[in-house]
Ligand binder design. Structure first.
Ligand SMILES: C[S@@+](CC[C@H](N)C(=O)[O-])C[C@H]1O[C@@H](n2cnc3c(N)ncnc32)[C@H](O)[C@@H]1O
Length: 286
Protein backbone atom coordinates (compact mmCIF):
# COMPACT_ATOMS: atom_id res chain seq x y z
CA UNK A 1 0.00 0.00 0.00
CA UNK A 2 1.51 3.33 -1.05
CA UNK A 3 1.71 6.23 1.37
CA UNK A 4 -0.24 9.44 0.99
CA UNK A 5 1.72 12.53 0.00
CA UNK A 6 0.98 16.07 -1.17
CA UNK A 7 2.60 16.43 -4.59
CA UNK A 8 4.53 19.54 -5.62
CA UNK A 9 1.77 20.58 -8.01
CA UNK A 10 -0.38 21.41 -4.98
CA UNK A 11 2.18 23.95 -3.72
CA UNK A 12 1.56 26.80 -6.21
CA UNK A 13 4.50 29.19 -5.69
CA UNK A 14 6.99 26.42 -4.93
CA UNK A 15 5.94 24.53 -8.06
CA UNK A 16 6.88 27.52 -10.25
CA UNK A 17 10.10 28.13 -8.31
CA UNK A 18 11.20 24.49 -8.83
CA UNK A 19 10.19 24.53 -12.49
CA UNK A 20 12.30 27.67 -13.07
CA UNK A 21 15.31 25.96 -11.45
CA UNK A 22 15.06 23.00 -13.84
CA UNK A 23 14.43 24.88 -17.07
CA UNK A 24 16.25 28.16 -16.37
CA UNK A 25 18.03 29.25 -19.53
CA UNK A 26 16.33 26.47 -21.56
CA UNK A 27 12.89 28.07 -21.20
CA UNK A 28 12.89 29.72 -24.65
CA UNK A 29 13.89 26.46 -26.38
CA UNK A 30 11.19 24.61 -24.42
CA UNK A 31 8.50 27.06 -25.52
CA UNK A 32 9.60 27.19 -29.16
CA UNK A 33 9.66 23.40 -29.54
CA UNK A 34 6.30 23.09 -27.78
CA UNK A 35 4.71 25.68 -30.07
CA UNK A 36 6.05 23.91 -33.15
CA UNK A 37 4.38 20.69 -32.01
CA UNK A 38 1.09 22.48 -31.46
CA UNK A 39 1.26 23.81 -35.03
CA UNK A 40 1.94 20.30 -36.37
CA UNK A 41 -1.03 18.95 -34.44
CA UNK A 42 -3.39 21.72 -35.58
CA UNK A 43 -2.30 21.15 -39.19
CA UNK A 44 -4.26 17.88 -38.92
CA UNK A 45 -7.53 19.82 -38.89
CA UNK A 46 -9.37 19.46 -42.17
CA UNK A 47 -12.25 21.84 -41.52
CA UNK A 48 -13.25 24.43 -44.07
CA UNK A 49 -12.35 28.00 -42.97
CA UNK A 50 -16.07 28.85 -42.98
CA UNK A 51 -16.58 26.37 -40.13
CA UNK A 52 -17.01 27.88 -36.67
CA UNK A 53 -14.19 26.22 -34.74
CA UNK A 54 -15.19 25.10 -31.25
CA UNK A 55 -12.43 24.62 -28.71
CA UNK A 56 -12.50 23.30 -25.14
CA UNK A 57 -9.34 24.13 -23.16
CA UNK A 58 -8.86 22.26 -19.87
CA UNK A 59 -6.51 23.52 -17.15
CA UNK A 60 -5.16 26.52 -19.09
CA UNK A 61 -3.84 28.46 -16.09
CA UNK A 62 -2.91 31.92 -17.45
CA UNK A 63 -3.31 30.87 -21.09
CA UNK A 64 0.38 31.10 -22.01
CA UNK A 65 0.20 27.86 -24.01
CA UNK A 66 -3.26 28.67 -25.38
CA UNK A 67 -1.83 31.80 -26.95
CA UNK A 68 0.00 29.80 -29.65
CA UNK A 69 -3.11 27.71 -30.29
CA UNK A 70 -5.36 30.74 -30.68
CA UNK A 71 -2.88 32.55 -32.92
CA UNK A 72 -2.52 29.49 -35.15
CA UNK A 73 -6.28 28.93 -35.39
CA UNK A 74 -6.93 32.60 -36.15
CA UNK A 75 -4.72 32.31 -39.25
CA UNK A 76 -7.27 29.96 -40.83
CA UNK A 77 -10.57 30.24 -38.98
CA UNK A 78 -12.25 33.66 -38.69
CA UNK A 79 -14.87 32.36 -36.22
CA UNK A 80 -13.81 30.52 -33.08
CA UNK A 81 -15.56 29.73 -29.80
CA UNK A 82 -13.02 29.12 -27.05
CA UNK A 83 -14.23 27.68 -23.75
CA UNK A 84 -11.73 27.60 -20.90
CA UNK A 85 -12.11 25.37 -17.84
CA UNK A 86 -9.71 26.41 -15.09
CA UNK A 87 -10.40 26.04 -11.34
CA UNK A 88 -7.95 28.70 -10.15
CA UNK A 89 -9.30 32.27 -10.19
CA UNK A 90 -5.89 33.95 -10.62
CA UNK A 91 -5.30 31.86 -13.76
CA UNK A 92 -8.65 32.84 -15.26
CA UNK A 93 -8.08 36.53 -14.45
CA UNK A 94 -4.62 36.52 -16.01
CA UNK A 95 -6.04 34.78 -19.11
CA UNK A 96 -8.75 37.46 -19.40
CA UNK A 97 -6.03 40.16 -19.23
CA UNK A 98 -4.13 38.31 -21.95
CA UNK A 99 -7.24 38.40 -24.14
CA UNK A 100 -7.63 42.15 -23.55
CA UNK A 101 -3.97 42.75 -24.42
CA UNK A 102 -4.53 41.12 -27.82
CA UNK A 103 -7.26 43.60 -28.71
CA UNK A 104 -8.45 43.24 -32.30
CA UNK A 105 -6.07 40.39 -33.13
CA UNK A 106 -8.44 37.89 -31.51
CA UNK A 107 -11.65 39.70 -32.44
CA UNK A 108 -13.05 36.60 -34.16
CA UNK A 109 -12.76 34.57 -30.96
CA UNK A 110 -15.62 34.35 -28.45
CA UNK A 111 -14.28 33.32 -25.06
CA UNK A 112 -16.21 31.57 -22.33
CA UNK A 113 -14.33 31.31 -19.02
CA UNK A 114 -15.53 28.70 -16.52
CA UNK A 115 -13.89 28.72 -13.14
CA UNK A 116 -14.32 25.07 -12.26
CA UNK A 117 -12.69 21.66 -12.50
CA UNK A 118 -13.28 19.36 -15.45
CA UNK A 119 -15.09 17.00 -13.05
CA UNK A 120 -17.58 19.76 -12.10
CA UNK A 121 -17.97 20.79 -15.72
CA UNK A 122 -18.86 17.25 -16.80
CA UNK A 123 -21.15 16.68 -13.79
CA UNK A 124 -23.15 19.86 -14.22
CA UNK A 125 -24.00 19.51 -17.88
CA UNK A 126 -27.06 17.44 -18.75
CA UNK A 127 -26.22 17.63 -22.37
CA UNK A 128 -22.54 17.88 -23.19
CA UNK A 129 -21.51 20.23 -25.97
CA UNK A 130 -19.50 19.03 -28.95
CA UNK A 131 -16.08 20.43 -29.86
CA UNK A 132 -13.63 20.31 -32.75
CA UNK A 133 -10.60 20.60 -30.50
CA UNK A 134 -10.30 19.54 -26.88
CA UNK A 135 -6.97 20.04 -25.21
CA UNK A 136 -5.43 19.36 -21.84
CA UNK A 137 -1.86 20.58 -21.50
CA UNK A 138 -0.10 19.27 -18.41
CA UNK A 139 -3.42 19.04 -16.58
CA UNK A 140 -4.50 15.38 -16.91
CA UNK A 141 -2.48 14.46 -13.80
CA UNK A 142 -5.24 16.16 -11.81
CA UNK A 143 -8.28 14.45 -13.35
CA UNK A 144 -9.87 12.33 -10.64
CA UNK A 145 -11.34 9.44 -12.62
CA UNK A 146 -8.91 9.65 -15.47
CA UNK A 147 -10.22 6.79 -17.60
CA UNK A 148 -13.85 7.91 -17.51
CA UNK A 149 -12.99 11.55 -18.08
CA UNK A 150 -10.81 10.78 -21.11
CA UNK A 151 -13.53 8.57 -22.62
CA UNK A 152 -16.20 11.22 -21.99
CA UNK A 153 -14.06 13.98 -23.52
CA UNK A 154 -13.33 11.84 -26.58
CA UNK A 155 -17.09 11.31 -26.95
CA UNK A 156 -17.54 15.10 -26.99
CA UNK A 157 -15.43 15.49 -30.12
CA UNK A 158 -17.06 16.18 -33.46
CA UNK A 159 -16.01 13.92 -36.35
CA UNK A 160 -12.53 14.97 -37.58
CA UNK A 161 -11.97 16.65 -34.23
CA UNK A 162 -8.73 16.34 -32.30
CA UNK A 163 -7.98 15.71 -28.67
CA UNK A 164 -4.57 17.03 -27.64
CA UNK A 165 -2.98 15.84 -24.43
CA UNK A 166 0.41 17.14 -23.36
CA UNK A 167 2.24 15.36 -20.59
CA UNK A 168 5.63 14.11 -19.51
CA UNK A 169 7.18 11.18 -21.34
CA UNK A 170 10.34 9.09 -21.65
CA UNK A 171 12.61 8.65 -18.66
CA UNK A 172 10.87 11.42 -16.83
CA UNK A 173 7.62 9.48 -16.88
CA UNK A 174 9.61 6.49 -15.55
CA UNK A 175 10.64 8.65 -12.56
CA UNK A 176 6.99 9.62 -11.95
CA UNK A 177 5.90 5.99 -12.12
CA UNK A 178 8.70 5.03 -9.73
CA UNK A 179 7.61 7.53 -7.09
CA UNK A 180 4.01 6.42 -7.68
CA UNK A 181 4.98 2.89 -6.60
CA UNK A 182 5.58 4.25 -3.09
CA UNK A 183 3.41 7.37 -2.78
CA UNK A 184 0.03 8.61 -3.92
CA UNK A 185 -1.75 11.94 -3.88
CA UNK A 186 -5.55 11.69 -4.29
CA UNK A 187 -5.52 14.88 -6.36
CA UNK A 188 -2.56 14.00 -8.57
CA UNK A 189 -1.52 10.99 -10.66
CA UNK A 190 2.20 10.25 -11.01
CA UNK A 191 1.87 9.24 -14.65
CA UNK A 192 2.93 10.23 -18.16
CA UNK A 193 2.09 9.75 -21.81
CA UNK A 194 2.82 6.00 -22.12
CA UNK A 195 0.34 5.39 -19.33
CA UNK A 196 -2.21 7.77 -20.86
CA UNK A 197 -1.91 6.24 -24.34
CA UNK A 198 -2.35 2.70 -22.99
CA UNK A 199 -5.36 3.84 -21.00
CA UNK A 200 -6.98 5.45 -24.06
CA UNK A 201 -6.20 2.46 -26.28
CA UNK A 202 -7.76 0.06 -23.80
CA UNK A 203 -10.86 2.23 -23.27
CA UNK A 204 -11.65 3.50 -26.76
CA UNK A 205 -11.89 1.34 -29.89
CA UNK A 206 -10.37 2.30 -33.25
CA UNK A 207 -8.27 5.05 -31.82
CA UNK A 208 -6.01 7.06 -34.15
CA UNK A 209 -3.07 8.37 -32.11
CA UNK A 210 -0.04 10.36 -33.19
CA UNK A 211 2.71 11.75 -31.01
CA UNK A 212 5.05 14.69 -31.18
CA UNK A 213 8.00 14.93 -28.85
CA UNK A 214 9.93 17.81 -27.44
CA UNK A 215 13.23 16.75 -25.92
CA UNK A 216 15.61 19.06 -24.11
CA UNK A 217 18.76 17.87 -22.43
CA UNK A 218 19.20 19.49 -19.01
CA UNK A 219 22.27 19.47 -16.81
CA UNK A 220 21.32 17.80 -13.53
CA UNK A 221 24.82 17.24 -12.06
CA UNK A 222 23.91 19.44 -9.09
CA UNK A 223 21.02 17.10 -8.19
CA UNK A 224 23.63 14.68 -6.85
CA UNK A 225 25.11 17.26 -4.51
CA UNK A 226 22.81 17.38 -1.51
CA UNK A 227 24.19 20.82 -0.51
CA UNK A 228 23.15 22.40 -3.80
CA UNK A 229 20.09 24.67 -3.50
CA UNK A 230 19.40 24.55 -7.23
CA UNK A 231 20.05 20.80 -7.41
CA UNK A 232 17.52 20.19 -4.64
CA UNK A 233 14.95 22.33 -6.42
CA UNK A 234 15.48 20.36 -9.62
CA UNK A 235 15.04 17.06 -7.77
CA UNK A 236 11.77 18.37 -6.30
CA UNK A 237 10.49 19.12 -9.80
CA UNK A 238 11.68 15.88 -11.33
CA UNK A 239 9.87 13.79 -8.70
CA UNK A 240 7.09 16.32 -8.03
CA UNK A 241 7.78 16.19 -4.30
CA UNK A 242 8.29 19.38 -2.31
CA UNK A 243 11.56 19.39 -0.35
CA UNK A 244 12.37 15.84 -1.43
CA UNK A 245 15.59 15.69 0.61
CA UNK A 246 13.95 16.94 3.83
CA UNK A 247 10.64 15.12 3.53
CA UNK A 248 11.42 11.59 2.32
CA UNK A 249 13.17 9.01 4.50
CA UNK A 250 16.86 8.60 3.47
CA UNK A 251 16.48 5.00 2.30
CA UNK A 252 13.59 5.99 0.00
CA UNK A 253 15.55 8.98 -1.31
CA UNK A 254 18.36 6.62 -2.22
CA UNK A 255 16.03 4.34 -4.18
CA UNK A 256 14.72 7.30 -6.21
CA UNK A 257 18.13 8.96 -6.68
CA UNK A 258 19.67 5.66 -7.88
CA UNK A 259 16.76 5.24 -10.28
CA UNK A 260 17.17 8.81 -11.49
CA UNK A 261 20.93 8.37 -11.98
CA UNK A 262 20.22 5.44 -14.30
CA UNK A 263 17.95 7.71 -16.32
CA UNK A 264 20.80 10.20 -16.89
CA UNK A 265 23.74 10.06 -19.27
CA UNK A 266 27.23 11.32 -18.48
CA UNK A 267 28.63 13.82 -20.99
CA UNK A 268 31.94 15.62 -20.55
CA UNK A 269 31.82 14.93 -16.82
CA UNK A 270 28.27 16.33 -16.42
CA UNK A 271 25.11 14.38 -15.70
CA UNK A 272 22.51 15.12 -18.37
CA UNK A 273 18.80 14.28 -18.21
CA UNK A 274 16.47 14.24 -21.15
CA UNK A 275 13.36 16.24 -20.37
CA UNK A 276 10.72 14.72 -22.62
CA UNK A 277 7.33 16.29 -23.14
CA UNK A 278 4.97 14.54 -25.49
CA UNK A 279 1.95 15.88 -27.32
CA UNK A 280 -0.47 13.03 -27.83
CA UNK A 281 -2.81 13.80 -30.70
CA UNK A 282 -5.98 11.73 -30.82
CA UNK A 283 -7.93 12.17 -34.02
CA UNK A 284 -11.60 11.26 -34.24
CA UNK A 285 -11.93 9.92 -37.75
CA UNK A 286 -15.58 8.81 -37.55
C1 LIG B 1 0.68 22.39 -14.65
S1 LIG B 1 -0.63 23.50 -14.89
C2 LIG B 1 -0.67 23.58 -16.66
C3 LIG B 1 -1.03 24.93 -17.16
C4 LIG B 1 -0.98 25.12 -18.67
N1 LIG B 1 -1.95 24.29 -19.35
C5 LIG B 1 0.42 24.83 -19.18
O1 LIG B 1 0.61 23.81 -19.87
O2 LIG B 1 1.32 25.61 -18.90
C6 LIG B 1 -2.08 22.51 -14.53
C7 LIG B 1 -3.36 23.31 -14.58
O3 LIG B 1 -4.46 22.40 -14.40
C8 LIG B 1 -5.40 23.02 -13.54
N2 LIG B 1 -6.22 21.96 -12.89
C9 LIG B 1 -5.96 21.32 -11.74
N3 LIG B 1 -6.93 20.42 -11.47
C10 LIG B 1 -7.83 20.51 -12.49
C11 LIG B 1 -9.04 19.84 -12.77
N4 LIG B 1 -9.52 18.90 -11.95
N5 LIG B 1 -9.74 20.21 -13.88
C12 LIG B 1 -9.23 21.15 -14.72
N6 LIG B 1 -8.06 21.80 -14.50
C13 LIG B 1 -7.36 21.48 -13.41
C14 LIG B 1 -4.56 23.80 -12.56
O4 LIG B 1 -5.29 24.80 -11.90
C15 LIG B 1 -3.47 24.35 -13.47
O5 LIG B 1 -3.81 25.58 -14.02
Amino acid sequence: MSERIISLSNHGEDYHDRMAALFGSNKAAVNTAGNENIKRALAKLRHDPSHEMRVLAIGSATGSIDEGIIDTLCEKYPKITYTVIEPVASGINAFKERVKSHGGKWSGVTFDFLQQTVEDYLDQRDELQKYDIIHAFQSVYHFSDLRNILVTLYGMLNTHGIFLIRATGGNWEACYLKIGEYYHDPSYHFIGTQYIKKLCQSAIVDLTIESYYREISVNVSDCFNEESIDGNKKIDFIFQVLNFRQNLPPERQQIFLDFFKNCCVEKNGEMMFNDVEEDVVIIKSK
